[in-house]
Write a protein that binds this ligand. Structure first.
Ligand SMILES: [Zn+2]
Length: 235
């Protein structure tokens, strides 16, 4: 058997193994499983984000509560001062009233902010709860798929290993340099060996210059496509 024939036999077995591996990756159970897994990760991140936001809001509410207590104390002290020593003239009375008004207005602002935050936090908590419920449902489905796929893939993996082994066996007698070249080309072009048909590379459909074609006739029968880099053989 010539090197070209050996190489072609190897390529056929190698491509069969690759095709089988690609088929495994397209397995519907596997695809559905992957989709669910992505969804679960996404939901988990969304829930975490909501949780962090709620924690931040809770902190802010605590700060506001303390500020409100402080304002109320100030207001009480001011009221008490007014009762103990009422203002002696109009200007002082007006100033005291303005100060009290300012405190009341601040108090109102804080209370308003607190209510808004509490409402937003509650809606986030609800969204988070909804996510957790949905998460549990999808997670249960995912676990079932995983179990089914693991059983299924055990068989598929065995079959793939067999195909890889078969391909490996075809390398017997093949020039190592040729095999090395095949593997290098395969990293960017597959299948690495293509046929030459009426001066055209059947891998990329590019026509080869006459000079290159003449070289093929003189050499060992393998040339490289100048466009895609595949090994070309004339059949
Ligand atoms: Zn080509």
């Amino acid at each position: 058997m010539t090197q070209i024939e050996l190489l072609l036999q190897y390529q056929q077995a190698d491509m069969a193994a690759d095709a089988f591996e690609a088929k495994i990756k397209r397995n519907p159970t596997r695809v559905a499983m992957k989709k669910n897994r992505d969804f679960l990760v996404e939901q988990q991140n969304a829930a975490k984000k909501l949780e962090a936001e709620v924690a931040q809001m809770t902190d802010r509410v605590e700060t506001i509560k303390l500020a409100i207590v402080r304002l109320e104390e100030q207001l009480n002290q001011m009221t008490k001062r007014m009762q103990d020593t009422p203002p002696t003239d109009l200007a002082k009375a007006q100033e005291a009233a303005r100060n009290a008004q300012k405190l009341l207005s601040d108090l109102e602002d804080y209370e308003k902010e607190m209510r808004t935050i509490q409402k937003e936090a509650a809606s986030r908590e609800k969204a988070e709860k909804d996510i957790r419920v949905k998460f549990a449902t999808v997670k249960a489905e995912f676990e079932k798929q995983k179990e089914a796929y693991e059983a299924e893939s055990k068989e598929l993996k065995k079959e793939l290993e067999q195909k890889r082994k078969e391909a490996e066996e075809k390398t017997a007698g093949l020039d190592p340099a040729l095999l090395e070249k095949y593997r290098t080309i395969k990293q960017h072009c597959t299948p690495p060996v293509a046929k030459l048909y009426s001066g055209q590379c059947m891998g990329c459909n590019m026509s080869l210059p006459q000079a290159t074609l003449r070289k093929l006739k003189n050499d060992s029968g393998i040339i490289e496509c100048e466009n895609c880099g595949r090994m070309l053989i004339q059949m």
